[in-house]
Design a protein around this ligand. Structure first.
Ligand code: NI
Length: 178
């Protein structure tokens, strides 16, 4: 069990595109995924991307039953997604509040595609092909953005909708590090 340090916004490697995973089912890949889960759970995150722990490979994990950081969000299936491709299923977007373990203490309102198809592979190289909407679609778009070197503040269109979590959402007192 290794909880890794989460890199914060300003770290140059968070702005770099990540490389695709070339080999599945390797000890290195399994260890990376284990560290991602340990780190995500330690920080109460709903998702995390490998670049956030300093590994610029196209690996994200996400999913939760209930989240203290997003109490109104519906459950999202626990997923390991490697080498992802996202296809919006319509031009429709919706705005919603996002935080990020690499941007601690802040929340911003971000427009995301409402309905997407996402494809990729699990850690064994088995194909994943799903349709998602709402918060599930938002989480996938947020996590995959990390793989292209994009953090959510770059997606905010109305900067008056960006601020500190404890000011915007004072009731979320058990959201520990974010
Ligand atoms: Ni993030």
């Amino acid at each position: 069990m290794t909880v890794r340090t989460v890199l914060k916004m300003g770290t140059p490697s968070l702005q770099e595109p990540s490389l695709p995973v070339a080999a599945f089912d390797t000890p290195e890949l399994h260890m990376l995924i284990e560290d991602l889960f340990d780190t995500m759970h330690a920080y109460n995150g709903v998702g995390i991307a490998a670049p956030q722990i300093g590994v610029n490979l196209q690996v994200v994990i996400f999913g939760f039953e209930a989240s203290p950081r997003y109490p109104d969000a519906k459950p999202v299936p626990q997923t390991i997604l490697i080498n992802p491709v996202i296809t919006p299923l319509s031009d429709e977007e919706e705005s919603g509040w996002e935080g990020c373990l690499s941007v601690p203490g802040l929340r911003g309102e971000v427009p995301r595609y409402t309905r997407i198809r996402y494809q990729g592979f699990d850690e064994h190289g088995h194909a994943i092909d799903r349709i998602a909407e709402g918060f599930h679609a938002r989480v996938v778009q947020h996590e995959c953005d990390h793989l292209w070197g994009v953090l959510y503040p770059q997606r905010i269109r109305d900067m008056t909708r960006f601020g500190f979590l404890d000011v915007l959402f004072p009731d979320l007192t058990d959201a520990p590090d974010d």
